[in-house]
Design a protein around this ligand. Sequence first.
Ligand SMILES: Cc1cc2nc3c(=O)[nH]c(=O)nc-3n(C[C@H](O)[C@H](O)[C@H](O)COP(=O)(O)OP(=O)(O)OC[C@H]3O[C@@H](n4cnc5c(N)ncnc54)[C@H](O)[C@@H]3O)c2cc1C
Length: 488
Amino acid sequence: MALKTREDYLAALRKLRPNIYKFGELIEDVTTHPATKRTVESHALNYDAANDPELEDIYSITSTFTGDKVLRWNSMMQSMEDLIGNMRMKRQNYRRTGSCTGAVCVGWNAMNVMWAVCSEMDQANGTAYQQRLKNWILSAQDKGLTVAGALTDAKGDRSLKPSQQADPDTNLRINEVREDGIIIRGAKLMICGTAASQEIFLLPGSIYGKADQDYSLACVVPRDIEGLTIVEATRPSDRRELEETSVVETPDTGVTQGWLLFEDVFVPNERVFLCKEYKYTAKVIQYFTANYRACIGGCVTGQGDVMIGASVLMARLNGLSAKTFTDKLINMSLNNTVTYGLGAGACALGAKHPSGSYFADPHTAHTNKVMVATLPYEVKRLTQEIGGGIVETGCMPSYKDFTNPQYGHMIRKCLKAGAGSAESRFKAARLSEWLTIGSGVPGCMHGGGSPDGAKLVVRYTTPLEEYAEYARKIINIEEEITEPQKNM
Ligand SMILES: Cc1cc2nc3c(=O)[nH]c(=O)nc-3n(C[C@H](O)[C@H](O)[C@H](O)COP(=O)(O)OP(=O)(O)OC[C@H]3O[C@@H](n4cnc5c(N)ncnc54)[C@H](O)[C@@H]3O)c2cc1C
């Protein structure tokens, strides 16, 4: 079976029913509209890479089901090597796009998580979810799908559970169970790469109890399914991306985040993998975060690589040697390697689930998430520090002014500094700005969940009593040292 190509992928996207809006406008063709074509291009590069002899080992793998060569992002992750393969692919993606390709990431993780959860549910309850999921994965591998993944609900009041919200639709829920499927309503927000996806894997956004069983659902839907409206979020580089000079002002690649609005969407049974089994939502979140928070090290490191590169270019274009900033560049590299190394460490310390799925070590993975929400911001700060004022937002005129027949020659004089042309300095400055505050920001803070949630897991997986025992024994303290009694 030949791997799908960029052309196959773009043709498949064009066949989908238009259901994505931005600035109130319906986007007829996501592959050409300025608001979505960059995220599509980022994802199309994955198909190029899978068909490129030099990159195919990173972007493709042998199917554990059929023995055929398949796109890596449709594969089962069943070993440490598979998870590290996920990290390598994401780092490479960032190096080639500068940004996030969420639709070859979150859906992939979701299907592997559900492989394990389905097997647990089937064993305990006699259901047949895993076979359904297998059928869908086989078709995803055959069609070479790109699949976004949606967990994050609109949530409403953060102190209340879904069933306690004033509006029951603030979280995606099962509104009706029919013999042939389910009807779902509600919203999932900030879903990466939706516009570039063919399908969307929906998972519960949190751990639920019986009162919230209607919110306990996992299924996969075509991106253009009836009843689903998608609204693209806006960001600082929007205006530039819509202008005709965008080819100079922004990269050809990029990322978008969609708001998914479900109004009575019918999902047939063969696409439903968890339906009200609320007890298993904890497993979904546990397995999902372990692998996602390990592998996100590959993403932020790949973008860090590009930030280092952009900083080297800016130093030279400003007239300075990159060596002037050796200390800062090394600090950027150190931060990169901490997140990559922790991610890879979490993969190495992981374990195989009886279903065959492989999950990273939670303690190390959640530690990585906290680092991912911290260290890249220092790398961004250093990118801005090295580049100078024109790298910070709001300090450099537009390319239309750069080329203005009346005064453009003066702007070009002002921008010519060290090595390279004024135009190259313009472009490198825009790239640094984009990487640090624009579309290139990969969701280090909240993507994959907020760091405080990760810290909670680190707290519960740090055995304080055991460590106190090591300390007590080493210095020969004979008595037990217990927590003080609380004053009543
Ligand atoms: C660039 C980007 C890409 C993303 N891509 C995806 C995607 O592809 N798929 C997807 O499903 N999601 C995606 N997300 C969403 C992401 O998972 C969420 O942003 C994240 O889980 C945090 O949720 P929130 O934004 O609703 O923040 P909130 O939940 O409002 O959190 C805000 C702050 O409040 C704290 N907080 C929240 N609730 C409580 C509480 N009850 N008690 C104490 N503190 C609390 C949090 O720790 C955090 O510090 C993406 C986000 C970003 C920024």
